[in-house]
Design a protein. Structure first.
Length: 313
């Protein structure tokens, strides 16, 4: 099962809304959502749309980034609103080696009417105490391990549970213009079950990097994942707008990068490998329609979701 991690920004939520049930199976995916924006409009609409197709998700109740990290008490209102709009909602709690056991216990006891999961950001010394807490409740779902923060031996100590491995496969660079060519992304979709995991996750083509707001663009980079069948790996190809020194409007940059993508895909890929998101890139290119950098990112995320869904089937 696939557990994509998103930070509840508008176009990330739209990417999920546009694909779940229509282009990817509800049974293959359980998103992990970390709310970061003060506005609740987009995430509440997300709750409603997933409810319509019988899908739930895991909402992180102690975000590490953004508005709710700075205003922790205000998340209670968001939680109460989400519960009303999605009957399948689940809750996740981030823990690390500085998290008091009493805080973990308070979380597990505070959400007894919902499925709950723990997100292990680092290895924790009190393994036995955590296991005792998990075993004391009947609504526990998953241990979700951040691959970069936890060790193999630590994760094996929880082998009796349903576990998920979350990996940041995206190589984040400082500037869009720094990207080029193609590179390895991940092989978890092929290996997670044989390694003993119930599921796996990633941060899509965004990565774990988070910033509030954004600077002016000098380049558009479109990141498209694809299957390397013989290697049993997922790779990512980067398509860039033309190099320039000055700031340019996003529509022009997007059009240049889309052209690079479309010309390459039509030449190198078989038509049966086209996702619906790739077809939408074609429509934009063929029509000459202008689009935004945010919309391009949404299509790239949609494509990655569709690809992983195909590889799971």
């Amino acid at each position: 099962m696939y557990f994509p991690f998103f930070r509840a920004r508008q176009f990330e939520l739209l990417a999920l809304r546009d694909t779940i049930d229509s282009h990817i199976s509800v049974n293959n995916i359980k998103p992990i959502i970390e709310p970061v924006n003060e506005s609740t409009r987009d995430i509440l609409r997300f709750c409603e749309e997933l409810e319509k197709v019988g899908a739930g998700f895991i909402l992180i109740v102690n975000p590490s980034k953004g508005f709710y990290q700075r205003n922790a008490k205000k998340i209670e209102y968001l939680i109460s609103e989400c519960v009303q709009k999605n009957s399948r909602i689940e809750f996740g709690f981030r823990i690390n080696d500085g998290t008091p056991i009493k805080t973990i216990k308070a979380f597990l006891n505070g959400y007894k009417e919902y499925s709950v999961s723990l997100i292990h950001e680092s290895s924790i010394q009190e393994v036995n105490e955590i296991k005792e807490l998990i075993n004391s409740i009947d609504n526990f779902s998953f241990n979700i391990f951040i691959k970069e923060g936890t060790g193999t031996r630590y994760r094996k100590k929880f082998s009796d549970y349903s576990n998920v491995l979350l990996e940041d496969g995206f190589n984040k660079l400082e500037r869009n213009s720094d990207y080029g060519g193609e590179e390895f992304f991940s092989d978890l979709v092929y290996s997670y079950e044989e390694d003993g995991y119930f599921g796996f996750g990633d941060y899509s083509i965004v990565g774990d990097h988070f910033t509030e707001g954004g600077g002016q663009a000098r380049a558009c980079a479109i990141h498209i994942t694809y299957e390397e069948k013989q290697r049993e790996e997922v790779w990512v190809h980067h398509f860039l707008s033309h190099p320039r020194e000055a700031v340019e409007d996003g529509a022009t940059l997007a059009a240049e990068a889309i052209e690079q993508l479309v010309l390459y895909v039509r030449e190198a890929w078989e038509p049966e490998s086209y996702t619906e998101a790739i077809k939408d890139f074609f429509l934009i290119y063929d029509s000459g329609k202008q689009t935004s950098l945010a919309y391009v990112k949404k299509l790239s995320m949609r494509h990655h979701l569709e690809l992983i869904d195909r590889l799971l089937d």
